[in-house]
Design a protein around this ligand. Structure first.
Ligand code: G3H
Ligand code: 13P
Ligand code: NA
Ligand code: ZN
Length: 323
């Protein structure tokens, strides 16, 4: 069955790697995630966002995730699978997910006042822990679009708050803000420098803040949201076949590798999967105009997703071989 994050995070911290948290809202994504994680022997966190709940229905997604555990076994390996609510914004939503069989939830109170964030998070933790469900909280606000909340600038996590927050709430992991953001436009070109080939180099993540946080709460599981690297091959393919993505810039993989080796033990990736899928679909539709069987473009999209997810577990997060 589905597992919570406790054992996975303990091992990830000790082993200096990070568990992938991939968002899903359709069958092809889920098949690709499971196939990639079985093949590379990686544990996996399946994330359901508010947007995914609205799009695909929470009950259906939950059955799909439970089915994915069986699917993994059929493919040959019983990998640990977590079903996690991404960016839960109310106690009621978290409770509903817990009651329906999710094994982990995030309560994102980061846009509330500090004391309100603590009160809300603590309430979710009490209910979740009574049901064996793990809880992720958040301190600091990521710039960009965070679900329905639009934040103009980063509010970096304040290291001086983390001990108080984790002890008073009892959370199992803490999402922090050190310069990542959601979506495919994480930086403007003006924020970047250029290398000798004219390639844009984004400003580095604030590893100094991460290190300060690690000093305050040694060995405590840290979560990195907004961690897509926005592969430029996908952006190029999308734009070659009729897309119009502009200034799409992500987090360089080297920085994610560095984060994965630290107390960061969960790395959230959604946008990269969206780009992979869109690139593959656009290419088929543009090059094979006679196709009208959805499997003929969703199939190649699934293949591309599987490649992407395998690359993440093997080359970026280091979770391959840890299942
Ligand atoms: O945290 C944001 C995720 O990428 C989910 O976004 O609500 O559009 O599914 P979504
Ligand atoms: P990306 O938009 O960078 O993929 O981040 C996803 C995320 O943090 C989901 O919670
Ligand atoms: Na780690
Ligand atoms: Zn997020």
């Amino acid at each position: 069955g589905l597992v919570n994050t406790n054992d996975l995070f303990k091992k990830a911290i000790e082993g200096k790697y990070a568990i992938p948290a991939f968002n899903f809202n359709n069958m092809e994504q889920l098949q690709a995630i499971i196939a990639a994680c079985v093949e590379t022997k990686s544990p996996v966190i399946l994330q359901v966002s508010s947007g995914a709940r609205k799009y695909a229905n929470q009950t259906l997604l939950r059955y799909m995730a439970q089915g994915a555990v069986e699917y993994a076994k059929e493919l040959g390996l019983n990998i640990p699978v977590v079903l996690h609510l991404d960016h839960g914004d109310t106690f009621e939503l978290c409770k509903d997910c817990i009651d329906s069989g999710f094994s982990s939830v995030m309560i994102d109170g980061s846009h509330h006042s500090y004391e309100d964030n603590i009160a809300l998070t603590k309430k979710v933790v009490e209910y979740a822990h009574a049901h064996g469900v793990s809880v992720e909280g958040e301190l600091g606000v990521l710039a960009g679009v965070e679900d329905d909340v639009v934040a103009e600038h980063h509010t970096y996590t304040r290291p001086e708050e983390v001990v108080d927050f984790v002890t008073r709430t009892g959370v199992d992991s803490l999402a922090i803000s050190i310069g990542t953001s959601h979506g495919a436009n994480k930086f403007t070109p003006a924020q970047c420098t250029r290398d000798e080939n004219g390639i844009l180099i984004p400003p580095p993540l604030r590893f100094d803040i991460l290190e300060e946080i690690e000093k305050q709460i040694p060995g405590f599981p840290i979560v990195l949201h907004g961690a897509s690297s926005v592969p430029q091959e996908y952006v190029a393919t999308i734009n070659k076949f009729g897309g119009a993505l502009k200034d799409s810039i992500g987090i360089p993989e080297e920085q994610l590798r560095r984060a994965a080796a630290s107390a960061v033990c969960k790395i959230n990736i959604d946008s990269d999967g969206r780009l992979a899928m869109t690139a593959a679909v656009r290419e088929v539709l543009a090059t094979k105009p006679g196709e009208f069987d959805a499997r003929k473009y969703l199939g190649p999209a699934r293949d591309e997703l599987k490649k992407l997810y395998s690359h993440k577990t093997v080359n970026v997060l280091g979770s391959a071989g840890k299942a």
